[in-house]
Write a protein that binds this ligand. Structure first.
Ligand SMILES: [Fe+2]
Ligand SMILES: [Fe+2]
Length: 137
């Protein structure tokens, strides 16, 4: 899959603050896609890596706060998936080579990882108590 991602209700995890952050992450991914389409010269990937790492980290911390506040049965699995994201991203960051090839690789990774994660384990967060679901940032 490669291209702008449209957030839709099928991606909702049932917790407002988390949905909003997912929308922001999707916007970061779509920005990389547009940059890649528009640029034929070298692409400076450092900002995209920074956003993917930093916003990812910020977002994981938000989700992980919910894990500890509630008796969340998927906690360990979910934590290990967040760790794996950071590890995968780090090995992509260390790769060398043509910036367009690396951008494509980063884009494919981000698209696949976030969509699979949002529609998979993140949706188990919607099973937390109803009071959580209306929380905002
Ligand atoms: Fe998430
Ligand atoms: Fe998550």
């Amino acid at each position: 899959m490669e291209g702008p991602i449209q957030w839709h209700s099928g991606y909702s995890v049932g917790v407002q603050v988390i949905d909003e952050q997912h929308q922001h992450m999707i916007e970061i991914i779509n920005t990389l896609f547009r940059e890649l389409e528009a640029t034929t010269t070298e692409i400076d990937l450092s900002q995209f890596f920074k956003d993917a790492v930093n916003y990812g980290e910020y977002h994981f911390q938000t989700e992980e706060t919910f894990f500890s506040r509630f008796d969340y049965p998927e906690k360990n699995l979910h934590l290990s998936l967040h760790q794996a994201y950071k590890k995968n991203l780090n090995s992509l960051l260390l790769k060398e080579g043509d910036s367009h090839l690396r951008s494509r690789e980063l884009l494919t990774f981000l698209e696949d990882w976030w969509i699979e994660h949002i529609t998979g384990i993140d949706q188990t967060l919607g099973k937390l108590p109803e009071s959580v679901q209306k929380e905002t940032a």
